[in-house]
Design a protein around this ligand. Structure first.
Ligand SMILES: NC(=O)c1ccc[n+]([C@@H]2O[C@H](COP(=O)([O-])OP(=O)(O)OC[C@H]3O[C@@H](n4cnc5c(N)ncnc54)[C@H](OP(=O)(O)O)[C@@H]3O)[C@@H](O)[C@H]2O)c1
Length: 266
């Protein structure tokens, strides 16, 4: 992809899952990366593995995106390491699945560690850039587009991301592009926890069939779409929500059509 080599990026939540795959893909493309996560142990373990494979152009900071001063600290750490930053990937987000039972604290946590943290990172990233070009990608979800049972907090917060990137794309144009991406069901710890035997072999067929492509998604596939949006190959794309969802959102209530029966089809 064009316009990646030698650039500098910050990725939030890069020690596991989709964020980790994004860090790895950026390193493969010779981008210098600072990533964060709350756990020092898993962050440092990931860092060690990255450094073995890709050298020392990758750094880890232990940070909780919900904390007040973290956006300012992370962006200044990135600038101290790399000079100016080219890319920001907002990926860390709380998986709070609450509905009528959501407390004041649940709402505050979900929004402050979720869309508000994304917004505060974008604001810091865009400060004092003197017309320097940049690109931001926020990880949203199919959950920001649809209803799912008992998920008011997560789905409302993901819906907010879509509106945030539109406003930020307008205000930061013409030098910074801001987009988001909506994955569907990705093979990560959170999804694994929900499988019947906590193994990928026990993944219900029904989950795979939520997607036209009939498979759960790999973190590396989502990372490829994120890095595309960061790259100059996506130079005319801003304020956009890319459905990297294997056809999930394009499908209707009839699903793959196994039970659908209409004039002339049976
Ligand atoms: N998995 C899916 O099927 C799926 C589908 C659609 C969208 N998404 C979205 O994709 C993104 C990544 O999800 P994932 O499934 O890869 O998550 P994950 O496997 O749970 O990994 C999350 C990463 O973020 C870090 N993190 C979590 N909360 C943080 C916080 N408050 N501050 C700093 N770092 C934090 C975690 O490290 P620590 O735990 O050490 O902090 C970890 O590195 C999220 O925005 C999620 O909503 C996921």
């Amino acid at each position: 992809m064009k316009g990646l080599k030698g650039k500098a990026a910050i990725v939030t939540g890069g020690s596991r899952g989709i964020g980790r795959a994004i860090v790895e893909r950026l390193l493969e493309e010779d981008v210098r990366v600072l990533f964060c996560g709350r756990s020092e142990t898993s962050g440092k373990a990931a860092l060690e593995e990255f450094q073995k494979k890709y050298g020392n152009n990758v750094h880890f900071a232990a940070a909780d995106m919900e904390e007040k001063d973290v956006p300012e600290k992370l962006i200044s750490q990135g600038r101290a390491l790399f000079g100016e930053l080219d890319f920001l990937v907002n990926n860390a987000f709380p998986f709070t699945a609450k509905a009528m039972d959501a407390t004041y604290e649940d709402w505050t946590h979900t929004f402050m560690a979720g869309p508000a943290a994304y917004a505060r990172m974008i604001a810091e990233f865009s400060k004092n850039r003197k017309k320097k070009e940049g690109s931001v990608v926020c990880v949203s979800s199919i959950s920001g587009h649809i209803s799912q049972p008992l998920r008011w907090t997560y789905n409302a917060a993901k819906g907010a991301v879509k509106q945030l990137i539109r406003c930020a794309a307008l205000d930061l144009a013409p030098y910074i592009r801001v987009n988001c991406i909506s994955p569907a069901w990705v093979k990560t710890d959170e999804v694994l926890k929900a499988t019947p035997d906590k193994t990928w072999e026990s993944t219900p067929k029904a989950w795979e069939e939520y997607h036209m492509l009939q498979k759960l998604q790999e973190p590396s596939q989502i990372a490829a779409a994120v890095v595309y949006l960061l790259s100059d190959d996506a130079a005319v794309i801003t304020g956009h929500d890319l459905f990297a969802d294997s056809g999930y959102l394009a499908m209707g209530p009839e699903g793959l059509g196994k039970t659908a029966n209409f004039a002339g089809s049976a």
